[in-house]
Design a protein around this ligand. Structure first.
Ligand code: ZN
Length: 372
């Protein structure tokens, strides 16, 4: 985006494609600033400047949205590590930094809420506690001027519906009812993404396309899937969701090579050892940049309007995705150009680089083909 930022809902109504970088939690785990397992974003409290830098990185790589790092930044998770008294500080700090980076780069700022870890259907107390977790995070998001709220990684339809209801009840921010064709929506727009595991149904037994259809009908501005599955196993289900929904659909897979045998990144195995790779050995099953481009092309062809990547995302992938959508983010200045490599990019028999042919032979060995 350049120039003045369009209202988020207007952009959706105009049919604009919105690119969204997620995956901060895993990336901070990979970099050694967040404990894998509990996945609590303590980095916001301990190293806030790094969080701001990561917001910058993804904006630079082409994300249209800066999502505040409040994933698992809720009461239950902070209680687990004895930092409950820093709950508000964590949320406000993550939101304020996201707002600043979004404004500096002319992006939208999204607040995030997620599965609560206390939700239980048919348990009144659990439902009350879950709603309270949502309420406080949503109210901070409104006060810190979020453009919209993401409710993500729900595996229960019931919890996703409760999140949506909470956003509608407590997220009364930049209300713009006049231009909305999603008549039930009030207050801040809600993007609700569910996580699909092996079966194409939620853990409370609603087929995922039907769950998305209901959430859309209840007023979510965007519905779809994030996390859990990689591009290869998410796309077929996204196609089914697209058939039953009227509005914009979200697809934010994890950039790992999931398959029919291993539909989720949690279930992936090391092709060499046959051992489980989640969460520490996932590097051996990462998508290639070309995989990401293929995913982007397919999403474009299907007409997915809210596209991104979740856990495993990094700047290089996101730039690839953005470029596949015809964007030129700031990071494109540094896109790969092997033609300018002094050895591998030199033409055969180049008189200006007499060593190039020899070095190429050394580098490629017997694997040399017409592309090398
Ligand atoms: Zn994820």
């Amino acid at each position: 985006m350049t120039g003045t930022r369009t209202d988020f809902k207007t952009a959706l109504e105009n049919g604009d494609t919105i690119l969204v970088a997620e995956g901060y939690v895993r990336e901070f785990g990979r970099r050694g600033y967040l404990k894998m397992g509990p996945f609590i974003p303590e980095v916001v409290l301990d190293y806030p400047h790094l969080v701001q830098n990561m917001y910058e990185e993804f904006a630079h790589a082409g994300s249209d949205v800066v999502e505040a790092l409040t994933y698992y930044g809720h009461k239950e998770k902070l209680r687990l590590i004895g930092r409950e008294d820093e709950l508000e500080k964590l949320n406000r700090s993550a939101l304020k930094m996201a707002r600043k980076v979004a404004d500096d780069h002319n992006k939208w700022m999204a607040a995030g809420i997620c599965n609560s870890a206390v939700y239980e259907p048919d348990n009144e107390k659990a439902l009350r506690d879950t709603k309270q977790i949502f309420q406080e995070q949503i109210e901070w998001a409104v006060e810190e001027n979020a453009d919209y709220i993401i409710g993500e990684t729900f595996n229960d339809y019931g919890e996703a519906a409760l999140a949506l209801q909470s956003i509608q009840e407590f997220g009364k921010g930049n209300c713009n009812l006049n231009t909305s064709e999603y008549a039930f929506a009030v207050g801040l727009p809600a993007v609700i993404t569910l996580t699909a595991y092996f079966p194409d149904v939620t853990t409370d037994n609603v087929p995922l396309p039907e769950a998305c259809r209901r959430l859309e009908e209840q007023g979510a501005a965007v519905v779809g899937l994030n996390c859990g599955r990689g591009p290869r196993t998410m796309i077929p289900l996204i196609k089914e969701i697209k058939k039953v929904c009227k509005g914009p659909i979200a697809a934010l897979p994890v950039p790992f090579r999931t398959s029919d045998e291993c539909k989720t990144f949690q279930s992936l195995i090391d092709p060499e050892t046959g051992k489980s790779v989640y969460p520490n050995d996932l590097e051996c099953v990462r998508c290639s940049n070309s995989d990401i481009r293929n995913f982007a092309e397919e999403a474009k062809e299907i007409g997915i309007k809210y596209v991104g990547l979740c856990c495993g995302n990094c700047g290089q992938y996101f730039r690839e995705l953005a470029e596949a959508f015809g964007r030129r983010p700031l990071a494109s200045k540094y896109s790969t150009d092997m033609k300018k490599n002094q050895f591998l990019g030199a033409t055969k028999g180049n008189v200006n680089n007499t060593r190039a042919d020899l070095i190429r032979d050394f580098v490629y060995g017997n694997n040399r083909n017409e592309n090398c």
